[in-house]
Design a binder for this molecule. Structure first.
Ligand code: PEP
Ligand code: MN
Length: 265
């Protein structure tokens, strides 16, 4: 691939195939940080589908900094994601933390997420490289662009061409006002280095729901192919990442702006 040429990752979903890497229309992935119970995941799925998203996200296995924090409901959460998928036809994106869980996850997930903390878990990368399942590879907490692309290379070199890169903010010296620093320049930089589709996650990047809409607009303007946004029916009660989660109402409004702005890019 030469500069300017993009590869496409086509993901079959019950609602039809969705293509990452075309820049327009921007593919939107939305949902809670964690799958908490059947009611919330199905309610969220139905709402975000109505607002026009293509994928539901939701963690079953959660990589939490503290071992005492909610770790995700695991296998039972996968069954709930399957229910949400059946109810809406949305594609499902969920995180894989352990190669032992691959067989269970591959059943329900249409895209497997490798989280920031596992970006350099090379045995996990190799295992996914040996499948054809689309992989969403998040940028590591302090990973350089080269580190990140080398991790993508592990999956590609294994024979799996279906890799999507996700910038989710990097560690800088200030964590007081934002959780991470969104590296918006990663978008144009990656365009000179790789053909892979680019997703931006403004939720983990900022850590605060009030900043998510602005960073979403910036991402579209900079040429992102896709967005991942955390949404929760009751962020104040969320078991993880409540402060950065939009309400269903807030997300509905943002979807109007995304649709309007993405026409220009
Ligand atoms: C997440 O998507 O909920 C998550 C844990 O993201 P990250 O790996 O980017 O921190
Ligand atoms: Mn989260």
């Amino acid at each position: 691939f030469r500069y300017g040429e993009h590869s496409e990752v086509v993901v079959p979903t019950p609602n039809g195939p969705i293509t990452f890497g075309q820049n327009h229309p921007v593919v939107v992935v939305a949902g809670p940080c964690s799958v908490e119970n059947e009611e919330m995941i199905v309610e969220t799925a139905q709402a975000v589908k109505e607002y026009g998203v293509q994928f539901l996200r939701g963690g079953a296995y959660k990589p939490r900094t503290s071992p005492y924090a909610f770790q995700g409901h695991g296998e039972s959460a996968l069954a709930l994601l399957a229910k949400a998928k059946e109810a809406t036809g949305l594609g499902i994106i969920t995180e894989i933390m352990d190669t032992d869980d691959l067989d269970k996850l591959i059943e329900v997930a249409d895209v497997l997420q490798i989280g920031a903390r596992n970006m350099q878990n090379f045995s996990l990368l190799k295992k996914l490289g040996a499948t054809t399942k689309p992989v969403l590879l998040k940028r590591g907490l302090s990973a350089t662009i080269e580190d990140w692309l080398m991790s993508a290379e592990y999956i590609l070199a294994g024979g799996n061409p279906n890799v999507i890169l996700c910038e989710r903010g990097i560690r800088t010296f200030d964590r007081q006002f934002t959780r991470n620093t969104l590296d918006i320049s990663a978008i144009p930089v990656l365009r000179t280095l790789t053909h892979l589709p680019i997703m931006i996650d403004p939720s983990h990047a900022t850590g605060k729901s009030e900043f998510v809409p602005t960073m979403t607009m910036a991402s579209i303007a900079a040429g992102a192919d896709s967005l991942m946004i955390e949404v929760h029916p009751n962020p104040a009660k969320a078991l993880s990442d409540g402060p950065q989660s939009l309400t269903l109402e807030g997300f509905k409004e943002l979807m109007h702006e995304i649709t309007a702005l993405s026409k220009f890019f």
